[in-house]
Design a protein around this ligand. Structure first.
Ligand SMILES: [Zn+2]
Length: 384
C-alpha cells in the first residue's frame, strides 16, 4: 500500500555573514509585524469584546498596509511575514475557542528566534551542498546529513537560531511511501507505563534504559539554574552563566532526542503493536517527586517518534483512552480498585496477585492495545 506522508527534516546551516544579517533582519521584521498586529487586534478586541459581530467586521490589516508604515518590510521574504500573520490569526481563533490564552508579545531579548516560509514555484530547494531560500540565496548545509527520501517535495522551511547562536533549517517534506501490511499471525504486543525514574516500564517488566549521562546532565542543568537565580540580573556573571546554561540546555536536548530515537527504533523493530498510556498531567502533579515539565517534554516527543516510526514500518501504535484506569485494574483477574494512592508502589489484589504497580499498569495497557487491534474498525483511526 502506498501513501503520502509528511515528515520533518532538520539540518544545521552555515550562512555567510551577509546571509546571517539578512536572516536576523527577517527575524526582526517577523517580530515587528507580530507585535504591531497584536497591539492593533488587542485594541479592537478590548473595544468590541462584547460585540463579536462588530469585532469580526474589523478585518486584519494586510501586508501592504503595514508596508506603508514600515517600508523596510519589503526587503524580507513576504511569505515569512504572511506566515506570521496567519499564526496570529489562528492564535486569536484558539483564544475564542477557549483552548488557549490570548497571544502575547514577542520579546527582542528572546535569544531563540525563527521564521517560516512556504514553497511557491520550487523556490526552496536543495542543490548539492546548498539550500536555496527566498531572499537569502544559497546557504551552505551541514556536510554529514541524512539524504532526503526519494522524490520528496519541500512544502515549507523554518529557519531558526538557537540560544547559543547556531542556525538550523527545518523542512516540512512530503513523499510517497510503501507501507507494509502487518501480518496478523505475527503480533508481538507491548504496553508502556511512564514514570519519571525509569522513563517507562514495559509489560514484560523491563525498564527503559534511561541513560545515566542524561540523568547527570539534567541534574547539572538544575544546579546551574539554581545558581542563576542567586545572581544579580544582567550582571556580567549573570549573562555568562546564562550563556553556559543555554549551551548545556542544548546538550541535554540533543542527548534526550538521541535517546528517544534509539529507544523508539528498538521498540518498533521488536514489536508489532505498541500501546502507551495517555499521560494525565493533572494527576501527576499531585506527586511531589514529579517534575511535570520534564516528563511532559519527554513524553510528547517520544510518543510522536513511536507514532511515525510504527506507521512507516506498518506496525500499530495506540494511546489508550485517558480515562482508562490502567493502574487500578488487576492485570490477573480484572477487578478494579476504587482508589490507589500514588505512594502505593505494589499492587495487591484479593485474587493473590502481588505485582509492581507500574508493571501491572503496563500489562493492562498492552492488553488494551490487543483489544483495539482485534476490533478492526479501530485500526484505521488508530493510525491517524
Ligand atoms: Zn486480581
Amino acid at each position: 500500500m502506498k501513501e503520502i506522508v509528511t515528515r520533518g527534516y532538520k539540518v544545521k546551516i552555515y550562512p555567510t555573514e551577509e546571509q546571517t544579517n539578512k536572516i536576523n533582519q527577517t527575524f526582526g521584521c517577523v517580530r515587528l509585524i507580530w507585535n504591531y498586529s497584536l497591539m492593533e487586534r488587542l485594541e479592537i478586541y478590548n473595544i468590541f469584546k462584547d460585540y463579536p459581530e462588530l469585532y469580526k467586521s474589523h478585518k486584519y490589516k494586510l501586508q501592504r498596509d503595514w508596508k506603508i508604515y514600515f517600508p523596510f518590510l519589503s526587503e524580507v521574504d513576504s511569505q515569512a511575514l504572511n506566515t506570521t500573520q496567519q499564526e496570529l490569526k489562528s492564535s486569536f481563533n484558539n483564544f475564542f475557542k477557549k483552548t488557549h490564552n490570548l497571544p502575547i508579545y514577542k520579546s527582542k531579548k528572546n535569544q531563540r528566534n525563527s521564521y517560516t516560509t512556504h514553497t511557491t514555484n520550487n523556490n526552496i530547494r536543495i542543490e548539492g551542498e546548498h539550500i536555496k531560500i527566498p531572499k537569502i540565496g544559497y546557504i551552505k548545509l551541514k556536510k554529514k546529513r541524512r539524504a532526503l527520501p526519494c522524490d520528496s517535495v519541500i512544502k515549507a522551511a523554518t529557519i531558526s537560531i538557537t540560544a547559543t547562536g547556531k542556525y538550523f533549517i527545518s523542512l516540512r517534506i512530503e513523499y510517497e511511501q510503501e507501507i507494509p501490511i502487518l501480518n496478523e499471525n505475527f503480533t508481538r504486543s507491548i504496553g508502556l507505563d511512564f514514570s519519571l525514574n525509569s522513563f517507562y516500564v514495559d509489560s514484560m517488566g523491563k525498564k527503559a534504559n534511561y541513560p545515566m549521562y542524561l540523568h547527570k546532565s539534567e541534574k547539572k542543568l538544575k544546579k546551574l539554574q539554581k545558581k542563576l537565580s542567586k545572581k544579580v540580573k544582567n550582571s556580567n556573571s549573570y549573562n555568562n552563566l546564562r550563556q553556559q546554561i543555554a549551551k548545556h540546555h542544548e546538550k541535554v536536548r540533543n542527548q534526550r532526542n538521541d535517546f528517544h530515537h534509539k529507544q523508539s527504533r528498538y521498540l518498533v523493530k521488536n514489536h508489532d503493536i505498541i500501546t502507551i498510556e495517555t499521560l494525565d498531567l493533572k494527576a501527576m502533579s499531585q506527586n511531589k517527586y514529579f517534575s511535570k515539565k520534564v516528563i511532559d517534554i519527554g513524553y510528547h516527543q517520544f510518543a510522536s517518534y513511536l507514532s511515525y516510526k510504527c506507521h512507516d514500518a506498518g506496525k500499530l501504535f495506540h494511546k489508550v483512552n485517558k480515562y482508562y484506569a490502567s493502574s487500578k485494574i488487576c492485570s490477573v483477574c480484572g477487578s478494579k480498585k476504587k482508589t490507589l494512592p500514588l505512594s502505593m508502589r505494589v499492587y495487591t489484589c484479593e485474587c493473590g496477585n502481588v505485582i509492581d504497580r507500574d508493571i501491572n499498569a503496563a500489562i493492562n495497557i498492552c492488553v488494551e492495545g490487543i483489544k483495539i487491534f482485534f476490533n478492526k474498525e479501530d485500526r484505521t483511526t488508530s493510525l491517524a
